[in-house]
Design a protein around this ligand. Structure first.
Ligand SMILES: Cc1ncc(COP(=O)(O)O)c(C=O)c1O
Length: 374
């Protein structure tokens, strides 16, 4: 039986707009696309260590953590992460997507208001949609707009939801000011550290660790699939916050717990980062090299979002333009993906260039030279 006509029409429209998504196998191109900023997903030493530790472990957890899926590895990993992230408590989740759904669908309640950055990730928006609180977005990284909305009369609790580093722009939230605003208006601050985890802070605790704000943030969400190079996520906060999630967060309760291998991967990779901060330096040296080259060769030709993070952008208005520039780069051996509308606003389509510790300066220079001659 085929799809209903409405769905077929939607797919047709995507094709006409040049925005149809499809799965492709990753070629052996130069990687300027993955979120493996520190090269840990491909680190053989780490893989071997995780493999050895995983010997004799069960393949799967066998159930939800509230039933038979819990075991001492979870407890050990969460204790370790609480220490690394300087939190009273942490709770592991199967992914960052699940963690955001869990927090945002269960913590803000009917009568409360959620103020979230307009460029928030889909998992934040989906989590908010699943809950019963009302919601208003504020302009991207615009503290004046946020304060205007915070200062309105409101009987319920207020929540501010932001990302420390934005996934499509690579720019940074002003965490210090956000903490001050949250205190001034008695609002609960929720920070998604997905693209900062592992990259910033001695223990990889993101911008909240870098700026020493761990105790001032109500709830932090860490994902391990990006810079840490493995999989899964953790929520960090007070003992009460974690107790509440265990009791009321449906994406935590109604799913099979992670396998032992994931707990061991998370512990091993986060310990590796804390012991090897030089890999963080290596990726930021590459970012600086790219920015110098951009300034010299591309500034007059392309605009970019302001970012000092490994996520860099080349704005290419229109899906066709973004796709054709990406195809040009792919043909020259560079894996750079287009980000199309509706993932970003129309007119803000772009190439998302991710820099890594393992990109050589020659590869980066050659990417910029290829862009310059397009
Ligand atoms: C800001 C942000 N939050 C959450 C997620 C989801 O994390 P995960 O890939 O672990 O599900 C992503 C992933 O793209 C993200 O960019």
């Amino acid at each position: 039986m085929t799809l209903p006509k409405r769905h077929l029409d939607q797919l047709k429209r995507r094709k006409e707009n040049n925005s149809l998504r499809s799965l492709k196998l990753v070629d052996s191109l130069i990687d300027f696309s993955s979120n493996d900023y520190l090269g840990l997903a491909r680190n053989a030493e780490l893989a071997n260590e995780i493999h050895l530790k995983s010997n004799n472990q069960r393949n799967g957890s066998g159930g939800s953590r509230l039933l038979t899926g819990n075991n001492e590895l979870f407890e050990e990993t969460e204790k370790f992460l609480s220490k690394q992230f300087r939190a009273e408590s942490t709770l592991l989740f199967n992914s960052g997507y699940d963690a955001n759904l869990a927090v945002l669908s269960s913590i803000p309640q009917r009568g409360d208001i959620i103020l979230y950055d307009e460029l928030s990730h889909a998992s934040i928006k989906d989590g908010i949609r699943l809950g019963l609180a009302s919601k208003t977005s504020f302009k991207h990284n615009d503290l004046i707009d946020l304060e205007k909305k915070l200062s309105k009369d409101q009987t319920g609790d207020k929540y501010i939801v932001i990302e420390s580093i934005y996934s499509m722009d690579g720019d940074e939230a002003n965490l210090n000011e956000l903490v001050k605003l949250s205190l001034k208006y008695n609002a609960y601050l929720i920070v998604d550290e997905a693209h900062a985890a592992g990259l910033y802070g001695k223990n990889g605790g993101g911008l909240s660790e870098l700026y020493g704000l761990q105790n001032d943030i109500f709830c932090r969400i860490y994902t391990f699939g990006k810079a840490p190079g493995v999989h899964g996520a953790a929520v960090a906060g007070t003992v009460e916050l974690i107790k509440y999630l265990i009791n009321f967060a449906r994406p935590f309760i109604y799913t099979t717990a992670l396998p032992a291998h994931s707990c061991l991967s998370i512990q091993t990779t986060m310990r590796y980062i804390a012991d090897n901060n030089r890999i963080q330096n290596a990726v930021f040296e590459n970012v600086n090299h790219y920015l110098r080259k951009f300034q010299k060769k591309l500034k007059g030709q392309f605009s970019r979002t302001i970012s000092n993070h490994p996520i860099q952008t080349i704005i290419t208005p229109g899906n066709d333009y973004a796709r054709s520039l990406s195809e040009h780069l792919l043909a020259k051996g560079f894996d750079v993906r287009p980000i199309l509308a509706p993932t970003v606003k129309e007119g803000e389509e772009r190439l998302r260039i991710c820099l890594h510790s393992y990109n050589s300066t020659d590869e980066i220079s050659s990417l910029v030279d290829t862009l310059a001659t397009y």
